[in-house]
Design a protein around this ligand. Structure first.
Ligand code: ZN
Length: 312
């Protein structure tokens, strides 16, 4: 099991988008780090989970996108993201994270083609989707049902592709598409909305497969980023300047630390000598003290580490 860097996660998101687009559905990659440590991605997905938010078409095109992306507060807060993929009434699939989503919650265990997803630990293994809807059956028009089916078909294609690249030679069956309620424990903790079940989700997915574009009309399959040196990523370390001091963020762990300028020079030379990719963040950030490194979009929320203590 590996955590992915931002560059690797973007590549995986592009592959997922490719498979969904191959069924003619629109996709926007709007990636953020995952929950549970803020890693950009994991390579452990074995199945696809599908669920519905409980919303109505009259509430707008993407009424709950912000909620599933950022999580919810209140008495029992759940930090976001709450799903990996989100589908709005505009019939656009948004890829939110290739890392962990706080979606599956307690449930299982669940077996997929000989692989056992452990009890209460689904978020490493299910690529979860939340779609709008689930209150009015009529809101799910035939077009929208085809959209949901296409997204699920693309997700399962991606999971099969990922497992194949990781060396799995078995067959992942369509039953690897799981409705959230079939996983959730105790039974009834999550409900199927308006008659949607695992079986009907699979039937919808199978119907949507006929939308598959002819090879000539399919998008170009993304190719892996070029290997540079030891790592297959664009930058393991990103340096930036904020609050009058140099900092560095490790793009694998998402952790950052202030670093003295003299050591920036030494460290970047060492990285170059060892062909480990690094870069400067494009613009210097010289704002006020109110800006914290955690506020910067390229700093994954991995917290601060102490410079010089065993990071190499
Ligand atoms: Zn759900």
């Amino acid at each position: 099991m590996a955590y992915l860097t931002k560059a690797q996660a973007l590549y995986e998101a592009d592959r997922l988008a490719f498979f969904i687009r191959s069924y003619g559905a629109k996709v926007v990659v709007d990636l953020r780090p995952g929950a549970g440590g803020g890693h950009w991605g994991v390579d452990t997905f074995w199945g696809a989970m599908v669920h519905h938010i409980a919303s109505k078409r009259s509430q707008g095109l993407t009424p709950f996108y912000s909620l599933v992306r950022n999580g919810r507060g209140g008495a029992l807060p759940v930090p976001g993201p709450l799903c990996n993929v989100y589908g709005g009434w505009d019939m656009v699939a948004r890829i939110v994270t290739m890392g962990l989503a706080n979606h599956s919650g307690s449930g299982g265990p669940w077996e997929i083609s000989g692989f056992q997803i452990p009890k209460d630990n689904g978020r490493y293994y299910f690529l979860g989707t939340e779609f709008e809807g689930g209150i009015n059956v009529a809101d799910w028009t035939p077009d929208y049902r085809m959209f949901m089916g296409a997204v699920n078909a693309g997700k399962l294609d991606y999971v099969r592709d990922l497992r194949r690249r990781k060396g799995f030679t078995g067959v992942i069956k369509d039953t690897a598409l799981c409705e959230h309620s079939s996983w959730a424990r105790p039974i009834g903790r999550k409900i199927d909305r308006t008659g949607y079940t695992q079986a009907s989700g699979i039937a919808e997915m199978q119907a949507a497969r006929k939308l598959v574009l002819p090879p000539s009309a399919r998008p170009t399959e993304p190719t892996a980023p070029e290997t540079k040196g030891l790592f297959n990523v664009d930058a393991i370390w990103t340096f930036f300047f904020i609050n009058g001091a140099h900092h560095v963020v490790n793009n694998v762990t998402g952790q950052y630390s202030p670093v003295p300028l003299s050591q920036v020079d030494r460290f970047t030379k060492w990285l170059d000598d060892n062909e480990i990719p690094w870069r400067w963040h494009e613009s210097k950030i010289t704002k006020s003290r109110e800006v914290s490194p955690e506020d910067l979009p390229f700093v994954a929320p991995g917290g601060r580490f102490e410079w010089g203590v065993g990071q190499l």
